[in-house]
Design a protein around this ligand. Structure first.
Ligand code: PLP
Length: 435
């Protein structure tokens, strides 16, 4: 990143509103300044409501400033905000209890001492290395597992590693199940899940021969909303079991109702040996992350996977409230129904706008490919659409991962049918304008 072109002066006392303050940011911030949020809408200084089709950073399960989250924060803050994670507290104990109730089959233990998703993934890999005594990790092309030094190496995109001369060894990246643009140039009907079978070759010829874990997102979020074909996750689980490798699902994006079930693990009917979570558990944006693991994987002492802000009491109280709301009758049904409706409307738009390619997803984790006239990924036009979205009152995100041509549609899970129609109407007008 180049240095700011303007040398900043001293910060004035009214720094919050001063134009000069942006020159003190390490990176140039977006000109949009958020003022407040409510439900699926974010409001800027212009007073206009932008419908957030990407739930902040895919983490606002309950939308902006959900009233029950706000009330929980008020109550909990008055009682206790922080205590060392060495001690128990009402909020953290309730969260451990609630998480163990909703955990996929076999995952009995909860670890909450992480501050972020990257941190939780590192903790899972530490547990896998400690348990197996093996160093290597297998991950998928295009996967995004976080931004710490270890996680940029584990993630499946060279651009993340390019600025840094030092790399951490021990990760073998393998082709992802991106059927629409299959690495092995196969057709799904006849491929026999070659992308799983070939992982054996990577283990035998490209790894150190000692693999601790396979880590992947059940639906690759930043990688292009890549939904695995039927049988993929089962086959991967079988391969891991056969070879004594631990399977870790990174459910940091897919967890807590995003795919229409509590976890993608439930949506696909496959349990991993460990599952990491973060993002959506914070309801309206409280920072919380951690992992679920099988009983047999306990044994690594807590101080090896610990963080000052881990098991944060305030965030845990909100997480308990978030889980309570997700588990209310009708919540997940609404996610599935609204998601199906949005898919239908996008499908209808695809018939009218030739640049819309494959539309894929589960629940409210939807992605749409944007292609050129020859059907090839058109990243420039995708980015153009995302930025033009603001003019249509829409917040849209793309990704540098993969081919950069997937518009992500991942609104807050509290979205109503009416709001879904507003979002789709705005998308329709945006596409019409941009054509
Ligand atoms: C699938 C996935 N894993 C891990 C992470 C890293 O989480 P965090 O940003 O909280 O470190 C992210 C963040 O975008 C993510 O989407």
């Amino acid at each position: 990143m180049s240095a700011p072109s303007v040398v900043p002066g001293p910060i004035p006392s009214d720094a919050e509103t001063a134009d000069d303050v942006v020159n003190h940011f390490y990176y140039p911030p977006d000109p949009f300044k958020a003022v407040r949020g409510e439900g699926v809408y974010l409001y800027g200084e212009d007073g206009k409501g932008y419908l957030d089709a990407s739930s902040g950073t895919f983490n606002l399960t309950l939308g902006y400033s959900h009233p029950e989250v706000v009330a929980t924060i008020r109550e909990q803050a008055a009682e206790l905000i922080h205590v060392t994670s060495k001690f128990q507290s009402r909020a953290v104990n309730s969260l451990v209890g609630a998480l163990s109730e909703v955990a996929p089959a076999g995952l009995t233990r909860v670890h909450l001492k992480s501050s972020s998703g990257s941190d939780a993934n590192e903790a899972a890999i530490k547990i896998a290395q400690h348990h197996t005594g093996n160093p290597d990790v297998i991950s998928l092309f295009r996967g995004h597992l976080g931004q710490t030094m270890a996680m940029i190496n584990a993630s499946g995109a060279a651009f993340r590693r390019a600025p840094f001369p030092a790399q951490l060894p021990g990760v073998v990246h393998v082709p992802d199940p991106y059927c629409v643009r299959c690495f092995y140039k196969q057709e799904r009907e006849t491929c026999g899940l070659l992308c799983v079978e070939r992982i054996n070759d990577f283990i035998d010829f490209a790894s150190s021969g000692r693999v601790a874990a396979v880590i992947l997102e059940p639906i690759s979020g930043n990688g292009g909303n890549v939904v695995p074909p039927d049988g993929y996750l089962e086959a991967l689980r079988a391969l891991c079991d056969e070879r004594g490798i631990l399977l870790i699902f990174d459910e940091i994006q897919t967890g807590f109702g995003r795919t229409g079930q509590m976890f993608a693990s439930d949506t696909f009917g496959v349990s991993p040996h460990m599952l990491t979570f973060g993002k959506g558990l914070g309801g309206s944006g409280m920072p919380i992350a951690g992992l679920l693991t099988e009983e047999r994987l306990t044994g690594l002492e807590g101080h090896h996977i610990n963080s000052t802000f881990g098991a944060n009491v305030l965030a845990s109280s909100v997480a308990v409230k978030t889980l309570e709301i997700i588990r209310r009758p009708g919540f997940l049904e609404n996610v599935r129904a609204v998601g199906a409706h949005v898919m239908d409307r996008l499908g209808e738009m695809a018939g009218r706008y030739g640049f819309i390619g494959d539309i894929r997803g589960r629940g409210l984790m939807i992605g749409m490919e944007i292609n050129d006239a020859d059907g090839n990924p058109d990243a420039a036009f995708t980015n153009h659409l995302a930025s033009l979205g603001m003019d249509h009152g829409l917040l849209l995100r793309t990704s540098l991962y993969g081919f950069g041509n997937v518009l992500k549609v991942r609104p807050p899970l509290v979205m109503t049918m009416e709001e879904a129609d507003v979002m789709c109407d705005r998308l329709d007008r945006l596409f019409g304008d941009a054509r």
